[in-house]
Design a protein around this ligand. Structure first.
Ligand code: BEZ
Length: 252
């Protein structure tokens, strides 16, 4: 998995839209009171809290201890654990697994699929939304083009942004899950404030940016390069593209 030291303050503040934007996927999950639901990549806990407020027996897991600590602080009565999606220790015990804005970070997608499918009871459903094919393509090109001390090739394949065909094949290949429906759609998302683009790039390309000798020149050039495609109505926008999938674990 690409290493990002998650900053829970930024996630809840400037990047709070990460959780807020999972609402439609949560609607697709359609969790019922009393159902057991696992939220994989639960971040600072808002989806678990929303589910539990509706009487759903939801628990959250996240690979980041910082995120889990913040979730426990915000929601001390709700269950959150640190866990790797590729090695979940759950066996046929959930009615549904939900995951928002997480799976594009996972490098071993086969292990993640196996682990999620194992956690579901037969007939259980898996609903996920994350970066799909073409996600942040403009940013990727812009960061690459802004060559102020940066090696373009190092920006490649940091994340997993599949097409519908690729991801459906992955889920169904070993018979673990059956895809019921899938969507791929643009979700341009506004960034906060005049430094929105710089803040986003600083957070998610932190390892590369650390190597840039003249940070001010880098961000000035980046903003100049991206202004035409990512700045409108007086704000910066990020070119998110989402894949959303509803799948079911077969009953044999
Ligand atoms: C995303 O949510 O699509 C995303 C977030 C951070 C880095 C790359 C993609």
């Amino acid at each position: 998995m690409t290493t990002v030291k998650w900053n829970a303050d930024l996630y809840d503040g400037k990047h709070g839209f990460v959780a807020a934007r999972g609402g439609e996927a949560l609607d697709l999950l359609d969790a019922q009171p009393g159902e057991r639901v696992l939220d994989v990549g639960s971040g600072t806990g808002d989806h678990v809290a929303a589910l539990r407020a509706r009487g759903v027996d939801a628990i959250g897991v996240d690979a980041s201890p910082e995120m889990v600590a913040r979730a426990r602080e915000k929601y001390p009565d709700h269950p959150f654990e640190v866990a790797d999606v590729c090695a979940l220790d759950y066996h046929a015990e959930f009615d549904a697994v939900f995951s928002n804005a997480t799976l594009h970070w996972v490098t071993d997608q086969v292990a993640a699929t196996e682990s999620i499918a194992r956690a579901l009871r037969p007939g259980g459903r898996f609903v996920t939304e994350f970066g799909g094919h073409g996600n942040i393509a403009k940013i990727e090109v812009g960061v690459g083009l802004t060559r102020v001390g940066l090696d373009i090739s190092s920006t490649g394949r940091r994340w997993y942004f599949p097409t519908i065909g690729e991801y459906a094949f992955l889920l169904e290949d070993r018979g673990e899950l059956q895809v019921d429906a899938a969507w791929l759609f643009d979700r341009p998302t506004p960034l906060e404030g005049p430094d929105g683009l710089a803040n986003w790039v600083r957070m998610f390309y932190s390892d590369l940016i650390a190597e840039v000798p003249d940070q001010a020149a880098f961000f000035a050039k980046l903003e100049e390069t991206m202004r035409r495609s990512l700045y409108r109505d007086g704000r910066w926008w990020i070119d998110y593209r989402r894949i959303r999938v509803h799948a079911t674990k077969p009953v044999f």
